[in-house]
Design a protein around this ligand. Structure first.
Ligand code: ATP
Ligand code: MG
Length: 438
């Protein structure tokens, strides 16, 4: 009886090869950078009670109104696969008493789920890096968080052509006054707006500013600007963020039309945007959410955070090769396998990359070693075994010598050094003199 193979769910990805290496590079770089800034790692559940998201993100937002994966579990409780990190983190801050650690700098990464129309750079299961500073009301927290984002993009080698767009939404009162003015402005031209924006006008008018529909553009361009509604405290706050970024060497441009898709933002809002990814050009976004924890029933807790799409960052990074192979160990017969495993284990203990090629024709094994870029091939046959030695072939210099297994570590170190010098020569760099420890 033949059975049809089940297909992957639309909007999910099986990531393999050079793309998976790019994905891993993004995560590894994030881990390194968050440690440089002393953000503490957290792990969070992939699902929460639905109300955690509904109450914090806002009922009228795209995410809550049409993108959540919600379901009833067997106990009849409504649960939702997390569409973002911040709401769950805010919940944990309250339920786990993280307040005692405030101000708290935390970072995490993992999968998120949104029922969106899948396309390049937009998936139903995607992955984010996330960083938050909770319990910090001062502009310096915004500056530090943005400096970390900026450094991350630099260390990923993708900061060229990615621009930090910065805005302020003011405090609650400024935001409400601005919102009122926007509603008046757009209500006057209601019939000429896109259908989507007409709907937003009733539910979430700030989001009209985010419209990419050409029919909305002219009205967006001459819409009231937040600057005319900012309280002097809000102005002062934003000025300090801008000055701090300048001092930290973080380049930014003001985008007074920048709003974010979630209801909870106050004061600083930002996005790192590129035109290299087509329509899905926002790689990292975030802002300040001083009211969020309170809205979930916690104490008033100022906080600021961002999230970045790992897939989009990985697309900018481009394909990455697998880690280069240092040593290929090739037992020439069945009896050589035990020695091969012992030597492999010994060499790996020194961080060398090592693979044992124990199956297939010897010629094929040698070519797999070369394809992996191996510096050395270690061959173990009967001759070698009887002499208590191994044969070491330099796959770049071509030389072949016999040596005792105990001398392999030095041989690998020498081969790595020679490879490093070859790399310098290729790049036209003069190697430094031998260090003089005399
Ligand atoms: P967009 O405007 O692209 O829909 P968003 O405002 O919904 O983004 P956020 O909720 O702020 O995005 O999420 C932060 C980042 O996560 C985005 O800048 C993007 O890089 C990434 N992201 C969001 N949704 C998706 C998705 N469906 N697939 C892939 N990446 C995503
Ligand atoms: Mg979205």
């Amino acid at each position: 009886m033949s059975q049809k193979t089940p297909q992957a769910i639309r909007g999910t990805q099986d990531i393999f090869g050079a793309e998976a290496e790019a994905f891993a590079f993004v995560v590894e770089t994030f881990e390194r950078v968050r440690k440089l800034y002393r953000f503490r790692r957290i792990e969070m559940p992939v699902f929460e009670r639905t109300e955690v998201f509904a109450r914090s993100i806002g009922e009228t937002t795209d995410i809550v109104s049409k993108e959540m994966y919600s379901f009833e579990d067997r106990g009849g409780e409504s649960l939702t696969l997390r569409p973002e990190f911040t709401a769950g983190i805010a919940r944990a801050f309250i339920t786990d008493g993280w307040q005692q650690h405030a101000p708290l700098k935390i970072a995490t990464h993992g999968p998120l789920f949104r029922y969106e129309r899948p396309q390049k750079g937009r998936y139903r299961q995607f992955h984010q890096l996330d960083a938050e500073i909770i319990g910090a009301a001062e502009p310096q927290a915004d500056v530090e968080l943005l400096a970390m984002a900026d450094q991350l993009l630099k260390e990923l080698g993708i900061s060229d052509g990615v621009t930090l767009n910065l805005n302020t939404l003011g405090d609650g009162d400024s935001r409400e006054a601005w919102r009122g003015a926007l509603v008046d402005h757009f209500a006057g031209v209601r019939g000429e707006l896109s259908e989507e924006s007409q709907e937003r006008l009733d539910k979430n008018p700030l989001r009209i500013l985010d419209s990419k529909d050409p029919r909305d553009q002219a009205f967006v361009a001459d819409a009231p600007k937040i600057d005319d509604f900012l309280s002097s405290e809000a102005q002062d706050y934003f000025a300090k963020v801008c000055a701090g970024l300048d001092a930290a060497g973080v380049a930014w441009t003001r985008n007074p039309a920048l709003v974010r898709g979630l209801d909870y933002y106050r004061h600083t809002a930002f996005e790192f945007v590129t035109d290299r990814l087509g329509a899905q050009g926002t790689v990292l976004g975030g802002g300040r959410y001083d009211g969020l924890i309170e809205s979930l029933g916690g104490p008033h807790t100022p906080a600021v955070g961002w999230a970045a799409g790992i897939e989009r960052l990985a697309m900018l990074v481009g394909e990455r090769p697998q880690e280069r192979l240092d040593v290929a160990i090739i037992p020439l017969d069945e009896d050589g396998l035990a020695d091969a495993n012992r030597i492999a284990r010994d060499l790996r203990g020194r961080w060398n990359t090592v693979e044992v090629f124990a199956t297939g024709k010897i010629k094929k094994r040698m070519s797999r070693a070369s394809e992996g870029g191996a510096l050395l091939a270690v061959l173990i046959g009967e001759d070698e075994r009887l002499a208590g030695e191994v044969t070491v072939r330099d796959l770049h210099g071509g030389e072949q010598v016999r040596m005792r297994p105990a001398d392999l570590r030095d041989a690998v170190a020498q081969a790595q050094n020679a490879d490093w010098l070859r790399g310098l020569e290729r790049d036209g760099i003069t190697p430094p003199d031998e260090p003089d420890f005399g």
